[in-house]
Write a protein that binds this ligand. Structure first.
Ligand SMILES: C[S@@+](CC[C@H](N)C(=O)[O-])C[C@H]1O[C@@H](n2cnc3c(N)ncnc32)[C@H](O)[C@@H]1O
Length: 336
């Protein structure tokens, strides 16, 4: 069971998977001049972008990585190097010990992250199936989250975090192999869950739903959520780690479609690893961002940024609450 309390950390292995990203973010911050850009005083993301020649999206992620590592702070939208850290990260610092630059041919993380950060574009070799061009996507295999068991636990935590007693059909947009809905409907047996995902996911999703005990409660609806109708009867929409895949324009398109499809007094529920308002954490949110840089047009966001998207799409009474001690849900309601 996942809880909102700190203490034993079921996410420890998840965090270990991000260690390579953290190491590479440090190497690239040094190599691409992020710390030098802050040498003469605090600067905004746009100013660091201008002085390094990098686009603002990767600069924002690199600065968040350094904030998370305790090298820089953020105040009034300007980043600064902590006084104590100048000796360690500036080239003439007394304790400067530059990170060793890997050989790109032998270091996948360095090669892919460097390319995404320097070009400001996703990297072809790192695209997930749903970001590939339609002809390649048709041949792609489903996105099968390596941690399906985790999704089942998230669904159980969702049943604790949100009261589903007034609802009947939850659509999980981009629900992959249905783990969240299997966990959720296991705890809320009156609910039916519908996974909405791309057609190439259907076979793997239906096999996983059957294997993990969701048959009869969870079904699969093959659709492109940007262009095709949501399942009939949906009175709650859920999305986990989907909003972060897209830029603001695409998120608004998706959220407006959810708004149009939902009856009045029904919710949209967005689950994410949220960035802290000062971008110094969470560790999982910050380093997940680098996966988005090389694989998607999306960005990790703060709770306020997700809430602002929901509000622009028409949702009201928006609130943010923990799902467990690492993830949050942002909930908005369609009102009359
Ligand atoms: C980052 S994964 C998230 C999967 C799952 N919700 C989770 O939390 O593990 C994004 C999911 O969105 C699906 N997806 C991407 N674009 C889509 C689209 N246009 N229509 C329907 N599903 C889409 C992908 O196939 C994938 O399963």
């Amino acid at each position: 069971m996942l809880t909102t309390q700190p203490g034993p950390d079921p996410y420890f292995a998840y965090k270990m998977h991000h260690v390579e990203r953290a190491r590479t973010a440090w190497i690239l911050s040094d190599e691409l001049g992020i710390y030098e850009a802050l040498r003469h005083g605090p600067a905004t993301v746009a100013q660091v972008s201008q002085s390094t020649g990098l686009q603002s999206r990767p600069v924002a992620a690199l600065l968040a990585a350094s904030a998370c590592m305790g090298v820089v702070g953020l105040e009034s939208e300007r980043y600064f190097i902590y006084d104590m850290m100048r000796d360690f990260v500036l080239a003439d610092g007394r304790a400067y010990n530059p990170p060793r630059r890997p050989d790109p041919a032998n270091d996948w993380w360095y090669r892919v992250m460097r390319q995404a950060i320097v070009t400001g574009e996703p990297v072809e070799e790192a695209l997930p199936p749903w970001m590939q061009p339609p002809e390649a996507r048709a041949r792609a295999t489903a996105h099968v989250p390596a941690r399906q068991g985790w999704r089942i636990l998230w669904g159980e935590a969702l049943a604790q975090a949100f009261d589903f007693s007034a609802f009947h059909v939850v659509a999980d947009l981009g629900g992959a192999t249905g783990g969240v809905l299997i966990g959720l409907t296991g705890k809320c047996p009156w609910l039916r869950g519908v996974v909405v995902d791309l057609p190439h996911s259907q076979t793997a999703a239906e096999a996983a739903i059957d294997r993990d005990g969701g048959t009869g409660r969870v079904s699969f609806h093959a659709a492109d959520f940007f262009t095709e109708p949501l399942p009939e009867g949906t009175d709650a929409v859920f999305m986990s780690h989907v909003v972060h895949d897209w830029d603001d324009a695409r998120c608004l398109l998706l959220l407006r479609r959810c708004y149009a499809a939902l009856p009045v007094d029904c919710p949209v529920i967005v689950q994410e690893f949220l960035l802290d308002e000062d971008h110094s954490g969470s560790y999982l949110a910050v380093f997940q961002w680098f996966g988005l840089l090389f694989g998607t047009p999306g960005d990790q966001r703060t709770g306020r940024q997700v809430a602002a998207l929901l509000e622009q799409a028409g949702f009201r009474d928006i609130g943010c609450r923990p799902l467990d001690h690492e993830q949050s849900i942002v909930v908005g309601w369609k009102r009359a």
